[in-house]
Design a protein around this ligand. Sequence first.
Ligand SMILES: *[C@@H]1O[C@H](CO)[C@@H](O)[C@H](O)[C@H]1NC(C)=O
Ligand SMILES: *[C@@H]1O[C@H](CO)[C@@H](O)[C@H](O)[C@H]1NC(C)=O
Ligand SMILES: *[C@@H]1O[C@H](CO)[C@@H](O)[C@H](O)[C@H]1NC(C)=O
Ligand SMILES: *[C@@H]1O[C@H](CO)[C@@H](O)[C@H](O)[C@H]1NC(C)=O
Ligand SMILES: *[C@@H]1O[C@H](CO)[C@@H](O)[C@H](O)[C@H]1NC(C)=O
Length: 282
Amino acid sequence: MFSFSCGTLNLNLTLALFALVCCPGSGEKAFKVHVRPKKLMVKPKGSLEVNCSTTCNQPEMGGLETPLNKTVLAQQTQWKHYLISDISQDTVFQCHFTCSGEQVSASFNVSVYQPPTQVILTLQPTWVAVGKSFTIECRVPAVEPLDSLTLFLFRGNETLHSQTFGKGAPALQEATATFSSTAHREDRHRNFSCLAVLDLLSRGGDIFHKHSEPQMLKIYEPVPDSQMVIIVTVVSVLLFLFVSSILLCFIFSQHWRQRRTGTYGVRAAWRRLPQAFWAQQA
Ligand SMILES: *[C@@H]1O[C@H](CO)[C@@H](O)[C@H](O)[C@H]1NC(C)=O
Ligand SMILES: *[C@@H]1O[C@H](CO)[C@@H](O)[C@H](O)[C@H]1NC(C)=O
Ligand SMILES: *[C@@H]1O[C@H](CO)[C@@H](O)[C@H](O)[C@H]1NC(C)=O
Ligand SMILES: *[C@@H]1O[C@H](CO)[C@@H](O)[C@H](O)[C@H]1NC(C)=O
Ligand SMILES: *[C@@H]1O[C@H](CO)[C@@H](O)[C@H](O)[C@H]1NC(C)=O
């Protein structure tokens, strides 16, 4: 018995709550407010047209809330067509209409986008020995929104790396992808390139593609260690011979000069010295 009355009370409460939540101002039939288009993409500083309309036959009031510049391009009782200009960041706009003292609003999102215009690929270093590593860097300045961007790094037609980005700051950003790889002998016949894809389909926009200029590596064969030793030895021997010959030349030229200028009286005197000594003894 007790449980039954409690159940009835619960049911009544639920119905009352439902009525409150679902049909406010239960006297007037609920009306709707529409915005077209629902989602919009715009370039920085761009402008867009938007149509706010209502199902209410005789709205008392209607408008668009925005701190940005707006112009009414056309209007009738049930709709207003606006031009909003100078949009520089992602914004949520609200259209509202008042019918029989009741206000209903609808919001729409506008996202600012900038397709990739420059895709810069850098290979570092550009001269690589087979088996040595090098870095591929792809830079895309001034692109947004970053969370719709993917950068692909290619070796020939093979995808080496793809990179996505989290939500960036609202201002125009630079996106960078880097990848380290090892040089192969065949790489000398392959182009490296980078592709930037800005996919705005889910935001009501288009897909933008931009390729970098292709770049090639200069690949050389590494010199094996045993060969290196031979080269170093040969070069050392040659250097030694060269230096020795210069030294010998110098010594001989000095000798020749002394002979010509006759400054070896000392040596002659030295040779004569024993004779002089014996002469004295005798
Ligand atoms: C705005 O939307 C309403 C309702 O959908 C439509 O009747 C009207 O022609 C539209 N106005 C413009 C200028 O597109
Ligand atoms: C709106 O436009 C007018 C003239 O076109 C300009 O003087 C004003 O600064 C603009 N206001 C905003 C908030 O951009
Ligand atoms: C607008 O964006 C906000 C988040 O930024 C999202 O929660 C909301 O659902 C979006 N509204 C529309 C109409 O797309
Ligand atoms: C890449 O190109 C080579 C020939 O240049 C071809 O044999 C290969 O199937 C291609 N690979 C892909 C994934 O397109
Ligand atoms: C590399 O790119 C250059 C410039 O686009 C092109 O002329 C060349 O044929 C390409 N080489 C290969 C192997 O794809």
